[in-house]
Design a protein around this ligand. Sequence first.
Ligand code: HEM
Length: 714
Amino acid sequence: MSTRLNLILCTGIQGLNIGSWFPVGRHRGSGPLHWGCDHDHIGSEENRCVRRRTRLRAPVFRKEESEENSGAGAWSPSRSTYLFVWEGKTTSSICWEGSLVNCVEDADRCGPAADTLVCYQKGISSIAEFSDMQRGEAGRPATSTQGKKTEQQNAKLMYPGAQVDFQTRKWWISFRAKRFSAETLSVNETDCILDLETDCSFSTNSRVVMAEHGSSLLASLEERESPSVWFLATLLVSFVTVISCGWVWSSTKGKERYSGLPPGDLGLPFFGDTIQYVNAYYNMSVKNYVGKKIARYGSPIFKAKLMGHMTVFMDAPEGSKLMFNRRNDEKLIQGYWPESTLKLVGSNVLSSQNGAAYRCHKRHMMSHFLGQNVVPRYLVRIEERSVEYIQRYWLDGTIDGSVLETQNQLMIHTFGLIADLCLTLTDTNEAEKLRPTFEVWEKGLMALPINLPGTDYYRSLKARAEILNYFDTYVQRRKQELKDGTASPTQDYLSVMLTNPDDSGHFYTDEEIKTNILHLIHGGANTVSSTLTMAVCKIAEHTEVYDQLVAEHTAIMERKGDAQPLTIEDVRSMKYSWMVLQETLRVYPSLPGIFREATTTFEYNGYTIPKGWKLLCTAAQSFQNPELVEDPERFDPSRFERGNFSPHVFFPFGGGVRLCPGYELAKITMLVFLHHFLKNLHWTLTDPDEKVVYHFSPGTLKGIPIRITRVKAF
Ligand code: HEM
């Protein structure tokens, strides 16, 4: 048993990401292990690239004895600390970081002459497994698997003097509990500290001191840090106890106070069914999730817990009948958004409001911006933008056979268009500059509401402030232009909001206007672009649909002549095209569920719905329910010709009081786009089996790439 332990303590090195597993160092002879990092390039772009490769192809780095023994290159995005230990000529090591659990030395080769050290991430459960992986990826075995020993045996072999309890991960926990620094450790002069917090250039500026007798340091680490293991354990036990008590309390509370609640179990404390539902939502299998529950409880109305809230799932038509009945609004139910989402969206946007304020706002929006009589005003603008967009993004610089990604491309169009209608933001390049910030904001809507630096939610709040700031320049400028008479009071949403008071004579504040613009762009751009994207996909899959569409649009062209702009009558005559878009929405609804909150305790279909409980009507289930929709698996636009669906069965734009105000705008935008797209292009899918998932709306990870061929206008 050697007592010669050498230690290097590295405190957080910024900007370096381990994410996966640590690279494998390989060392011959004495001295420390070199952690696959070129010291001269820590933090550099070059090194980042190398590191990415390292994850895949270990061991990439190898330092020979002759090279400078400058210690370990460790890295951490979160400025964590790593401790590397080696013993005499035997290189061994421990590292800690997040999910990285430990390092294991291949027992067979542990010896003075040559050591191989491997580190692996939690999840790889054995050395053999790791070796297999390594062999597969590096193309040759990096560790011998002969005479495999257990982790514990290896640990003992590796750290006999240090008494590292490898299996219990004592050190790992200690390490995470308290960040070590030179001060907290009160290390000896001879101990080795690499402080790369401020200086990433390891070889030139860092202090590197070799420890000759590091075992005392190791012992002192154990002594100092053990209590925090207990502290953490106590904390964990207390947390579990509190949660369990809360769970028991909340699950018995409902039973005590209400009888006749819908069937259903509450699942995990707080989370309940959140994970299953979010998973089903993302994978577009809400109908399976709901279907299974319905089968289990024998009722289309059942309860579950989502993010700590008691939620009553109501399959359509039961749910839609309750939610879309105008008489129920406010009396029984109201719109609902979680508090954390309200912070991101704004409490004064239309869909966050309830009661008189909501009705007044919606009337204003419909009569001045989105109503059936107003939207045709934008037709010329919508058509001009579509033509310009197709020319610039699909025709210029492309040749027959070019492959373009539909999803993102179409988002450019719809985002630009709605931003234009809201603010007269005519410059597509400027709109494109705004979009990344928008995406950061949108990400927060799906994130856990943890407002701490580094979280999506935190970033989203910051992005929101940035966007509103940007809108503010438009608001202030427009006020002046309206005064000067250089802007029209009807040119866009901004103008109509500034010039038209609501029913009670109240003019909207700048804050109200800005947040509603944010909301409209979000609500409009995603839904329209995803519907068009999925339509492009479906049309490519069904040549008979494509042929019928071409026939419809050829007839329009022949009737009016190619060069003439579309009239609203032309658009209204695109009946088959509208059926195609509706069928697309049936298969891929933009919003797979509609949320409400019970404003009072009431009885519905024999069940008690307590006040404050949330209600969720799942669209996807009814749109594709074989009992309600004939042959639901088939993409068949003509089903809309054969019979009208009940608005309680098919409601892609919602219904009742909260029917989507953007319905008319969405319809015209999509039809005009389809007309010009069909006029210029034929397309095929390059990846027909791409899996469709929901992010905010349906899409695929590759974004539905299509191979285009130009066509002569019909
Ligand atoms: C294919 C396109 C679209 C689809 C499928 C769609 C779908 C929906 C649905 C289902 C709702 C109801 C949500 C609920 O009841 O809680 C809704 C509401 C809403 N939509 Fe759309 N939408 C589309 C386009 C648009 C556009 C273009 C705009 C505006 C530019 C827009 C703005 C809104 C707003 C402001 C609400 C909230 C209405 C309220 O709370 O009264 N939507 N949309």
